[in-house]
Each structure stands twice: as C-alpha cells, then as structure tokens.
Design a protein around this ligand. Structure first.
Ligand code: XMP
Length: 315
C-alpha cells in the first residue's frame, strides 16, 4: 500500500460488495481490528456492528481501556459479556493448542449468536498477512494457531470478510495515521488472553492470580520506564506456572504457586531477547506479587531465555 487514501477508497468499495446485508465486526482492541472496523463502518454504516468480547481472560482495566480506545477512534461498538462461556469451554484443558482451539470455538459461537440477534451473515476480522502466515497459511510452518485465523469452522453460518489480509504492520501504521486511529497505548496482548499465561488448567481463580501478577509487572515496568531505569520493552508480563511450591509466612509453611516474569526486547516478535533488567526492579516485582497474592503465590522467577529457542509467551 503506497497510498493509504487509495487503499481506503478501494477497500470501502470492496466492503460494500462483500457485505450486501449486515455484518458484525470482531474488535479486539488492537490496532488491526480497529482499522478494519473503522473501514467497515465507513463502508456500510450501521449495517455493521463492532463487538468487543469480555472473555473473562482480559487484563485488569482492559474493558475500560478498550472502550476509551474505540471512542478515540470514533468507532461505534458494544461490549459483550462472555466469561461464563469461555471458562466452561476451557474446563479441564491444559494443552496450549487445545486452549486456543476452545477459545477460538467460543469466540465463533458467540459471534454466531450475536450475528443471529443482529441479522448479520458476515463476520469482519482484522486479520493481517503475518497472522495467517504464522498460522501455517503459507510460507512458514505452523507456529501457533492464532484464534483469528483457523477459528471459523466449515459449518459456520458466517462468511468471513478480511479487509486487511494482504497488509503488513508498516502499512497498518500508515493506514492508522491516515484514518486518525491512534496507536494503542499498551503492549501487544495475545487474542487468547490470560489463558495462555496460565500454565496448566484455566480456572477463574487461577486467571485472577495471573491478572494480579500481570498488573504488578505492567505497573512496575512502566514506572521504571518513566523513571528512565530501563528502555521500553517490547512485552512484559507474568505467567502463572503449573507448579506447587513451598513458601513461609510467619511460622507456617504454605503450599503455593509460582509466577514467571518475562520482559523482552524485540522488533517484530519473530525473535526476542530477555531484557537484562536491574535487580531492584525484579525484587520490587517479586515483593509485590507475593504480597498481593499472599499465601497463593510464594515464588517469583525471571525468565532469561531468548526467542529462539523459547517463544515470547509460555504457551
Ligand atoms: P510467541 O509466543 O509465538 O509470540 O513468541 C509472538 C507474538 O504473538 C503474540 N501471540 C499471540 N497473539 N494470538 C494472538 O493474537 C495468539 O494465540 C498468540 N500467541 C502469541 C505474543 O504475545 C507475541 O507478541
């Protein structure tokens, strides 16, 4: 895309033919799906409805933040509650790929219901080229089945519309600038949410612990960045491990869980380096996590592995 204005013009024209009736737009709060939503609303107006799903797997404050972001982008949207469905569908599942499959399935079923209610037969997604390439659609091996790709089963009543599927990130940035869509303030966050940061079984209680630990890492890292103690990392988060480990509180030994902190530098997420962060920052993070999750999380580790061989997320 050399000319964003021309891309906007031609994609609006194409969206008008691809959406003869009504559409729902799967808006994740990321820049790609927000742009897809803005283009679609420009093309077909209120025949399209953007929805953001509260999966119960979101970070602290995420719903409010995403709502503010959509408002800044000038997007009409609604928030659909989905936590019960997602947790029910994840019950007993520990395998990372199976988690993604179940989450993708929950998204699709929820989208189908919402579409049914609205009278829509099209589902607009913000898939961009690297999404389907990473998911094995073309050149590379299957690294991960991103929910926004392999997600829609053959028997679905919805036809996919993907206005950005041939674009790369730099083209997305140019398009965002042209459409006055601001860059999201927060670091990238995976579509399957905290489910992939809860190693092992995904329960509301374990997700709550992962949410608290992730909030601590975000606050402390962002404070350190603001104080110029460290450069801004690419991603920084916590993973609740599938481990039982012993801690002490006062005179009591308690059996708790462990959290791994991951802070990485990267340019495009294809490779990444574990950041050599100052030890006092790690100590603050460990102190806060074990205090705010007292008797629940008793040990905090720092992940020093680069990508490759590890991936950025643990799952
Ligand atoms: P990995 O862990 O493969 O992650 O090194 C590379 C980048 O992709 C994000 N990620 C995902 N994003 N659905 C997403 O939308 C997913 O299933 C998924 N898995 C990983 C990850 O946060 C990192 O930015």
């Amino acid at each position: 895309v050399n000319d964003p204005a021309e891309f906007v013009r031609s994609s609006i024209e194409r969206l008008r033919t691809e959406i003869p009736g009504k559409a729902i737009i799967a808006a994740s709060g990321g820049i790609d799906s927000t742009i897809a939503a803005v283009l679609t609303e420009r093309a077909v107006g209120d025949r399209a409805r953007a929805i953001f799903v509260d999966t119960g797997l979101l970070r602290a404050g995420e719903v409010d933040r995403v709502a503010a972001y959509f408002r800044a982008a000038g997007l009409a949207f609604s928030v659909v509650p989905g936590a019960e469905r997602f947790f029910a569908n994840l019950a007993g599942v520990s395998d990372p790929e199976e988690k993604r499959r179940r989450i993708g399935e929950s998204f699709v079923r929820l989208f189908e219901e919402e579409a049914g209610r609205f009278g829509a037969d099209r589902l607009v997604q913000g898939t961009i080229a690297p999404d389907w390439i990473e998911s094995g659609g073309a050149l590379r091996d299957t690294i991960k089945t991103h929910h926004n790709v392999g997600g829609v089963p053959k028997d679905s009543t919805l036809t996919l519309v993907e206005p950005l599927r041939d674009l790369y990130k730099d083209e997305i940035r140019a398009l965002a600038h042209h459409l006055h869509v601001p860059a999201p303030e927060r670091q990238p966050f995976p579509g399957p949410g905290l489910a992939v940061r809860v190693n092992g079984p995904v329960t509301p209680d374990r997700v709550r612990r992962a949410r608290v630990a992730n909030a601590v890492v975000e606050e402390e890292v962002e404070r350190a960045v603001a104080a110029k103690e460290i450069p801004a990392p690419w991603q920084y988060f916590a993973v609740l491990l599938d481990a039982r480990t012993v801690g002490v509180t006062g005179d009591n030994r308690v059996l708790g869980e462990a959290v791994s902190v991951r802070i990485v530098e990267s340019v495009d997420a294809m490779t990444a380096t574990a950041m050599a962060v100052p030890r006092p920052l790690l100590s603050r993070i460990a102190e806060r996590i074990t205090r705010e999750l007292s008797r629940e999380v008793v040990r905090v580790l720092y992940d020093v592995t680069d990508k490759p061989p590890a991936t950025i997320e643990w799952e």
